[in-house]
Write a protein that binds this ligand. Structure first.
Ligand code: PRP
Ligand code: URA
Length: 218
């Protein structure tokens, strides 16, 4: 059982434990890791977490015919779940989800953190039509104060979306508390629960600014 729920007060918070995730996360944290390798590692860790985060997708029994006989066999009830990267850094996680669910649809939520207030500022929102009943997977590598993901979840709920899972790579306890309090129905998966936030709202020990490291902007 690779899943650990380390905060008993948050029953829907899961830290995915696996030696490959631990190893790759250490490489991600290393400040000497160049952008190309960083991007590849984000994809690889996301793939490993996404496998766990999709474990509750519903199945239907469907009739198919093998070369030998007809049988009832499980297939995804909804072939088109929705992946929603939070721009920018969440983009680095999208391709891994598509590898697992190639027919998934993609929404985008553009948010950036104001450097002074640390409050999320929205600049883009687009999700697929008629997707209210689909499973949604929000992707963002960093759950720091929790402001961005709380806002993203609220925006989706305002549109009637109810089945929301949040997938991140590194979470701060402060952010988990904020998201879980605002949205106790949302399941959170992460690769690591780090120690704390610093005064600038960065996760410690963390991995730095995920967007800048993925896109090489610093
Ligand atoms: C980062 C990160 C999250 C947010 C987390 O994005 O990718 O979206 O910060 O912080 P929070 O939990 O305190 O809201 P950022 O705002 O730096 O934007 P970027 O992805 O465009 O760099
Ligand atoms: N956003 C990041 O990219 N990193 C942090 O540590 C906090 C917010």
């Amino acid at each position: 059982m690779p899943l650990v729920a380390p905060l008993p007060q948050f029953p829907l918070f899961y830290c995915v434990k696996h030696p490959l995730i631990a190893h790759k996360l250490s490489l991600l944290r290393d400040k000497t890791t160049p952008a190309k390798i960083f991007r590849e590692l984000v994809s690889e860790v996301t793939l490993l977490i996404a496998y766990e985060a999709t474990q509750n997708l519903e199945l239907n029994q469907v009739s198919i015919t093998t070369p030998l006989e007809t049988m009832l066999t499980p297939m995804l009830k909804d072939r088109y779940p929705v992946i929603v990267p939070i721009l920018r850094a969440g983009l680095g996680m999208t391709e891994s989800f598509l590898q697992l669910i190639p027919e998934a649809r993609i929404g985008h939520i553009g948010l950036y953190r104001d450097e002074e207030s640390l409050q999320p500022k929205q600049y883009y929102f687009k999700i697929p039509r008629n997707s209210e009943n689909s499973a949604y997977f929000i992707c963002d590598p960093m759950l720091a104060t929790g402001g961005s993901t709380t806002k993203a979840i609220s925006l989706l709920k305002e549109r009637g979306i109810r089945h929301i899972t949040l997938v991140c790579l590194v979470a701060a306890p402060e952010g988990v508390q904020v998201v879980a309090s605002a949205h106790p129905d949302v399941t959170i998966y992460t690769a690591s629960l780090d120690r704390q936030l610093n005064e600038q709202g960065y996760i410690l020990p963390g991995l730095g600014d995920a967007g800048d490291r993925i896109f090489g902007t610093k």
